[in-house]
Design a binder for this molecule. Structure first.
Ligand code: NDP
Ligand SMILES: O=C1OC[C@@H](O)[C@H](O)[C@H]1O
Length: 375
């Protein structure tokens, strides 16, 4: 085990002291024998100094970050290497552009932006400035040789369980030719009973099942089916149910179904996301000519095990232990990229972020879902 002080250091500036930032920093502070980077919380930016200081006291008490009551001041903190953006979706583009303008690398939470237009602006700005940019993405590292360019989004992709999922499907071809993928991510948080000021209920803050949860279902489908350049543009067919059709503030999707059709592969994926129920522990199923692989876990964003069911054989369950939440997988990967001078990550390329975002845009156009920022 490397002594933590011998590891190369990455200094983080945290933007926003909400739920996900708290999980991210507490994961970075975990003692891990396999860590490849020493993560330092160098600065924290919040709407208030009191909130920033309470955040540090609770989630990273052993660190001594500079505290700011403005995000702009944090972007300009000289010794911050990389800014982590943990604000509501609708602010991601503005926050990322601010950090990039200050010359900082950026790791931005999912969904990367509200739409593909914003995504493109963020990518262009990072490339023009020569800084690293990635969507916070928790599925796992891709080592598989068969996947040309992976179209996955979201932190979940860095989990070892997601890596195994891909190698079983694509390197070992364990279930033969893939024909169907079913992914469901539901959490019980109906708009009708939620606090209307929260990002999970407020249309002005980007609420809705697709952008919040559906992005993971599209990610798992992508892990299974985006295996060749020819499959990068599946046909997208979508339907949505809104919290209200008549109240514009509540025209937020509480249930979204997306069908991805891959004519070249003779395969399809059905991805459902909902705010009306908690989905089953086994949330994804991939069926092929020789059997199926299912993925289970706490939720679709935090996978923990695979169940392999091959025709005529006993089922096999593979469990993966994930200490904390699992954000250190992506954080270590980002550290390695920045040390190597890479401006994007291979597991979570900017092309892949853009592709998933475009699929979500397509689904929203079909169903008439817009956000105030787009009107
Ligand atoms: N990867 C994952 O598993 C998860 C990712 N997420 C993503 O992270 C992002 C943040 O989600 P979450 O942490 O749950 O959200 P929270 O509402 O808990 O926190 C968001 C923080 O953003 C800041 N903020 C800035 N402007 C606003 C505003 N107008 N309204 C509300 N907050 C504002 C606030 O911090 P301050 O006051 O300190 O400035 C706030 O605490 C979302 O985009 C979400 O999709 C969320 C959950 C899980
Ligand atoms: O990314 C997420 O995953 C889990 C949910 O709690 C949350 O609403 C969502 O943002």
């Amino acid at each position: 085990m490397a002594n933590k002080s011998d590891l190369p250091t990455l200094k983080w500036g945290i933007v926003g002291c909400g739920t996900i930032s708290s999980r991210f920093v507490s994961d970075l502070c975990l003692g891990r024998p396999d860590a490849t980077t020493k993560h330092v919380i160098e600065a924290v930016g919040s709407s208030s100094m009191d909130k920033a200081s309470a955040f540090v006291a609770e989630h990273c008490p052993a660190q001594k970050p500079a505290l700011y009551d403005s995000y702009e001041a944090l972007y300009n903190h000289v010794s911050v290497d990389i800014v982590y953006i943990g604000t509501p979706h609708v602010l991601h583009c503005e926050n990322a552009l601010g950090a990039i303008a200050a010359g900082k690398h950026v790791l931005c939470e999912k969904p990367f932006a509200l739409n593909a237009l914003e995504t493109r602006r963020m990518i262009d700005a990072a490339r023009a400035k020569g800084v690293f940019l990635m969507e916070g993405s928790q599925v796992s590292p891709l080592s598989t040789s068969t996947i040309l360019k992976c179209l996955i989004a979201v932190w979940t992709r860095f989990f070892p369980v997601a890596k195994k999922f891909q190698s079983l499907l694509h390197d070992e071809k364990a279930i033969g030719d893939i024909a169907s993928v079913f992914v469901d991510f539901g959490l019980y948080m109906p708009i009708s009973i939620a606090d209307p000021t929260r990002r999970t209920a407020s249309r002005a803050l980007g609420a809705g099942a697709l952008l919040d949860l559906g992005i993971y279902t599209l990610t798992w489908a992508s892990l299974a089916l985006d295996t060749a350049l020819s499959s990068r543009h599946p046909n997208v067919v979508a339907s949505m149910a809104f919290a209200s059709e008549t109240n514009p503030d509540k025209k937020v999707d509480e249930f979204t179904s997306v069908v991805l059709q891959y004519p070249d592969l003779k395969a399809h994926a059905i991805c459902t996301s909902s705010l009306l129920y908690k989905s089953a522990e086994e949330f994804a199923h991939v069926y092929g000519s020789k059997g199926s692989i299912s993925v289970g876990g706490h939720m679709a964003s935090r996978p923990q095990y695979l169940v392999v069911r091959l025709n005529g054989e006993e089922e096999r369950r593979l469990d993966f232990n994930v200490p904390g939440f699992g954000f250190y997988y992506e954080a270590d990967a980002v550290g390695a990229d920045i040390r190597a001078g890479r401006l994007e990550n291979r597991t979570c390329s900017l092309d892949s972020t853009l592709a998933i975002m475009s699929r979500m845009d397509n689904a929203r156009v079909q169903c008439g879902l817009t956000y105030p920022q787009e009107e």
